[in-house]
Design a protein around this ligand. Sequence first.
Ligand SMILES: [Mg+2]
Length: 417
Amino acid sequence: MAGPTILHVDLDAFFAAVEQRDRPELRGRPVIVGGGGPNDRGVVSAASYEARAFGVHSAMPLRTAGALCPRGVFLPVDGAKYQRVSRQVMAILRRFTPRVEPVSIDEAFLDVAGSEALFGDGETIARAIKDAIRSELELTASVGVAGTKLVAKIASDLRKPDGLVVVPLGEEAAFLAPLPMARLWGVGPQTRLALADYEVRTIGDLAALPADVLVRRLGQHGAELAARARGIDPSPVSDGADPKSVSHEHTFTVDTHDPDEIERTLLALAEGVGGRLRASGLRAATISVKVRDEHFETRTRQRTLEEPTDQTETIWRTALELARPEVRGRTIRLLGVGASHFGERQQLGLFETGDERRRRVTEAADEIRRRFGSRAITRARLLGSRVAEPFERDPMTAPDARRVGRVRRDPGADGSA
Ligand SMILES: [Mg+2]
């Protein structure tokens, strides 16, 4: 029988391990990467396993780490170096399949279905990847192999460092059952509160609850949770061609503080982002704005919506609210609007008819734009606008398209880095 083919590869204590590799005198010592040392106001980006033995972990205030581990070696974050090593890691992964989905600087999902004839089954490929990372980069990685991304990710975390955990197909629910509920995606304080009446400690306890209880208590989230507790996760490993974010930006010819011009520009940018999402069949859960003033000071803000969207109006309104406090009293040089955290496009439900009409209109406009160019259709709002060319470059190749995506992949926030 065929085995599982989804791999989650996660480097162990990545930043700290890179430092220990490059400076042999640090091997075996507690290394804490982040900010300017134990008196800095920042947080720990990564801790070596020697430091973790003192209770130090990532996202902990550096001062706390200093108190717990006074003899620790504190190092600043060398982002450029970690990026370089990250690219080497991803290049190794891509030797085994083009279907590599990086999720952070030191983590990626792979789908190796289709690579088995060349390289062997999922477990064999996982071992080959671990060997290559060890011999070529002198680093260790932990790998989970399973039938879904959700289970592969939990599996990779289970035997760190240098772990390899394979969950055979059909055994997902049994594998998850004894694990604490907090290991599941989407289980936070709110979920725990909503389920406080029930004895739910493990994922198995959660799976044993009737699905309608979860739905009643948590709505749509409850339905997803019921599926996840059984190891069900329909999200595919997206190959490199799929965008992680879409963004458009505009640099004003003359810096402006005119609220109307700012508003119109945000609408044009939102329209660009929305059109791009709809063309790709994607909806985004997170909307972000970028505001750069005349002094080149750049601020970004983002918000996660209650429901993912591909609608210009929603993107625009969100962008307006996010931008408003950032543009007030400033002269603006550049504006950007971005969308990220994509879900699969859902089928239109029977009860979405109200929305459907607007969607049809939007889709018709998209079609005309595809055929006749992006300025063939311009919302009435934009008429008379001085924004002659709001889409100044291809957002998918612009460096800023990636910058927005990076907001959520801040390596410092990666608990397992
Ligand atoms: Mg890691």
